[in-house]
Design a protein around this ligand. Sequence first.
Ligand code: ADP
Ligand code: MG
Length: 268
Amino acid sequence: MLLEVKNLCTEFPVKRGVVRAVDDVSFEVSEGEILAIVGESGSGKSVTSLSIMGLLAEPGHVAGGEMTFDGKDLVHLSEKEYREMRGNDMAMIFQEPMTSLNPVYRIGDQIVEAIRTHEKVSKKEALTRAIDLLRKVGIPSPEARVRDYPHQMSGGMRQRVMIAMALACNPKLLIADEPTTALDVTIQAQILDLLRRLREDTDMAVLLITHDLGVVSEIADRVVVMYCGQVVEEAEVRLLFDNPMHPYTLGLLKSIPRLEDDDSKRLY
Ligand code: ADP
Ligand code: MG
């Protein structure tokens, strides 16, 4: 098993006590698997992923449970060990790539920087690698695009750049938090295709966070449904769609927009 999360509790102290944003959450991700965590806004998906990545903002903290990644205990890692792990074994992409890209540097320089933080290679070699990575994520004319600034690219292209940066370290696990939510439907489909292809080519596992069960059905092997900080259902994607057990999941399924709004043809 690549990632094991067992009884995870994550809390935020607030004036009137504590908010338990993640409450006794357990799931596993195996090598090369795409696991989706789905749930409405505020259900604890992002806090779960930030807990795994060791990126919780103070005073948020893991209050209980176990997390093991590639045999290593995550809960007791030092900040330095976490930084090394994030660079080498796990990477994360977010909904809005503009917030993670630095607006004042060319994207080529940012990828070069990401490569050179983790590996001792020359700038020239890193640039060649950066161009290869951009090609791999489907950016046309990467030799020219490395000189672009983030604002010169579309949202979809920026998300591809973020994925390229995440791939720079050949992670075993990519955590993608609503990676397509800010994109329009066509671009969304292209990014999902890309994630699927990368999984096939690299055998990287993906923890895909989304509020959209349509996205889940497109790409995931297995799905964990979260509601109010808890896991309410976990299943193979096919099984979940055929036979949702939890009323909340049923509600989510009903909210998937359909091409035809003819009730007689509804599947759910
Ligand atoms: P989502 O499923 O939309 O990603 P989040 O994981 O971001 O949801 O948030 C889950 C819950 O955690 C929120 O509803 C909120 O109550 C709580 N939470 C998140 N961040 C903080 C914070 N910094 N301080 C207090 N509570 C927080
Ligand atoms: Mg979120």
